[in-house]
Design a binder for this molecule. Structure first.
Ligand code: G3P
Ligand code: MG
Length: 258
């Protein structure tokens, strides 16, 4: 991985897809993100009762679907026809230029089958402690769809989840997420199983980013939607940004390079 240099590429990571413009983790959100020039699709994973990995941020259904309760209590067949789009029209009436009621919950398999091995995926194992075999299921799909390791980044707040992936596939690039930022002491431990960190952008400063780079780790910050903040963080040397607005980040990166 290219660490921060003056002209290093800043990764444009579409946070839950282009989630400022379309309901998160739906086909339209991912397609818009790619049309807007995102480098990676960020996909949060939960797991159904029958072990299917699905793209949804919350462990519960209510916020982004017309379903009720926990993802883990339903089979994929019971979830796949839920309406995962109408909530966006209700919450952001001014944004919703189109109706999204046809959008549904996607399985990771559907996403890989549709976008294929040439796409770049930034996959988060969510609440892995509550799902049996989540990491194995993920790696099985990566193999089945032949996703090249250089097109895949795996992130988690759970060190245990990342360590289990690192044991099975040490060649994969892993990112340890933090609610704020890890201490330099914690970074020494993170280095034993991950290649980068994913801190909250508002917890960062230039000096900290330099220290992380001096430890040989890359740094992708979340979640940045404001043009000015993007410019500042890029100037400080981040290696990538998670954003709901990949179009805005694309412009900022292009202007920085011009
Ligand atoms: O992956 C970075 C960011 O997505 C982590 O927070 O809650 O949006 O998944 P969250
Ligand atoms: Mg996430």
């Amino acid at each position: 991985f290219v660490l921060a240099q003056s002209n290093h590429p800043i990764l444009n990571i579409a946070h839950r897809g282009a989630s400022a413009y379309a309901p998160e983790h739906t086909m339209i959100s991912y397609k818009k993100a790619l049309d807007m020039g995102a480098d990676y699709l960020e996909i949060d994973l939960q797991q159904t009762k029958d072990g299917v990995l699905v793209a949804i941020h919350d462990s519960k259904l209510e916020r982004t679907t017309n379903g009720k309760g926990r993802v883990k209590d339903y089979t994929y067949d019971q979830l796949k026809n839920l309406d995962a789009g109408s909530w966006f029209n209700r919450k952001y009436p001014e944004q919703a230029k189109e109706s999204f009621e046809k959008e549904s919950i996607l399985s990771l398999e559907e996403i890989f089958a549709y976008f294929g091995r040439d796409q770049h995926y930034y996959i988060e194992t969510k609440s892995p402690q509550s799902y049996k075999g989540m990491e194995e299921n993920l790696l099985k799909l990566v193999d089945k769809y032949n996703i090249p390791e250089e097109h895949l980044l795996i992130e988690s707040f759970s060190a245990k989840s990342l360590k289990s992936i690192h044991e099975k596939k040490p060649e994969l690039s892993l990112i340890k997420l933090s609610l704020c930022r890890p201490s330099l002491q914690e970074i020494k431990e993170i280095k034993t199983y991950a290649d980068g960190i994913g801190p909250r952008a508002t917890c960062l400063d230039k000096g900290y980013i330099e220290k992380v780079h001096s430890q040989g780790l890359f740094l992708h910050a979340f979640t940045v939607n404001d043009k000015k903040a993007m410019g500042k963080l890029i100037h400080w040397g981040v290696d990538g940004l998670f954003t709901n607005n990949p179009d805005v980040l694309k412009d900022v990166i292009e202007n920085q390079n011009s």
